[in-house]
Design a protein around this ligand. Structure first.
Ligand code: F6P
Length: 362
């Protein structure tokens, strides 16, 4: 009997998910004659009556360059704390038993969980309950340990950099300050790398709490040398030394995960007042996650998909595929999720940014 494996995509979507699915289907179905079941909407598709889609080569034709995920995803579906309607409200219930039972009923011999921190933590716990899980690291935030980089991140950096190139010319024409708020949650990678690539004057990241006086000081200095416009990149998780992270919805209001956002507006207002200048804020939002993956992410995702199948072949469960140097390797899922991969405030990237004259607000 052909081996039957399954794949799901969990958490926020990200460019490259479809390329992973395609890689898995080609390596498993075409090269090995296995069966692949796609699980709909992340772990949600294994709660209650399973929602699956048999993946054949025809399903993955033309999806290498397509953004999003053909399987759908959910960033609320944690089976260990699953929102279930009760009366007028919602109660969080542990439905992991249903997931384990559905995997058994469907005859799934291995489950590939493609996701970020949340999805991989769930995958690890399911592995402990007897589901053979392989993890594949995805997130535009690049905040997972165990891999040099996650897929989706490079595309996000490219999108933000292109936006900065465009915003710079309008900032210059109007002699304005342009504040650009970018994603990343508690990690400042997107802001830092796209800020450097896009020629930002100021980059504010969560790992380095900023002092607004220092930011103003650097922008005044710019003006004194005749530069009347400035580009300020702010990571959504950035906060002042004495300040709090700004949220659009608290964890209680949003199924256990706070929705960050709004810091760009705060910084823009503060700069306009302190510098007596015109400032505009642009929140790039989900545009950073949508659309076609860049070539680097297409290649990385494809390699990750193929490697996940190889790990299943070797029976190496509880592992996550990862990029180590120039090679695709396997690490324990534990290693990837034990803490977040954050920007080192004393690392060479930060050093380079400051040497380039970029203010980090410190
Ligand atoms: O983790 C990816 C990410 O895009 C974060 O950068 C951002 O804070 C969050 O997801 C947004 O989530 P949602 O799609 O639920 O608004």
């Amino acid at each position: 009997m052909a081996k039957r494996i399954a794949i799901l995509t969990g958490g926020g979507d990200c460019p490259g998910l479809n390329a992973v699915i395609r890689g898995v289907v080609i390596a498993a179905v075409v090269q090995r004659g296995w069966e692949v079941l796609g699980i709909r909407d992340g772990f949600d598709g294994l709660v209650g009556e399973p929602r699956t889609l048999k993946l054949e080569v025809a399903n993955v034709k033309g999806i290498l360059s397509r953004g999003g995920t053909i399987l759908g995803t959910s960033n609320r579906g944690n089976p260990f704390s699953f929102p279930v309607k009760k009366g007028d409200g919602v109660e969080m219930v542990d439905v992991s038993g249903q997931v384990v039972e559905n995997c058994r009923r469907l005859g799934i011999e291995a489950l590939i969980a493609v996701g970020g921190d949340g999805t991989l933590k769930i995958g690890k716990r399911l592995c402990e309950l007897g589901v053979p899980v392989i993890g594949v690291p995805k997130t535009i935030d690049n905040d997972l340990r165990g891999t040099d980089v996650t897929f989706g991140y490079s595309t996000a950096v490219e999108i933000v950099t292109e936006a900065l190139d465009r915003l710079l010319t309008t900032a210059e024409s109007h002699h304005r300050v342009l504040v650009v708020e970018v994603m990343g949650r508690n990690a400042g990678w997107i802001a830092l790398e796209s800020g450097i690539a896009g020629g930002a004057d100021v980059i504010l990241i969560p790992e380095i709490p900023y002092q607004i006086d220092k930011v103003c000081q650097s922008l005044r200095l710019r003006r004194r040398i005749g530069r009347k416009f400035s580009l300020v990149v702010v990571s959504e998780g950035a906060h002042a030394v004495e300040g709090e992270v700004v949220v659009r919805a608290t964890a209680e209001q949003n199924y256990g995960i706070a929705r960050l956002g709004g810091i760009g507006e705060v910084v823009s207002r503060q700069l306009a007042e302190a510098l007596h200048t015109e400032s505009r804020v642009v929140v790039l939002g989900h545009v950073q996650r949508g659309g076609t993956p860049c070539p680097f992410d297409r290649i990385l995702s494809s390699r990750f998909g193929v490697h996940a199948v190889k790990l299943i072949e070797k029976g190496e469960f509880g592992k996550m595929v990862a990029l180590g140097g120039r090679s695709v390797i396997a690490v324990d899922i534990d290693e990837a999720v034990e803490s977040l991969n954050l920007v080192d405030p004393h690392g060479d990237l930060i050093e380079a940014a400051e040497e380039l004259g970029i203010s980090l607000g410190r």
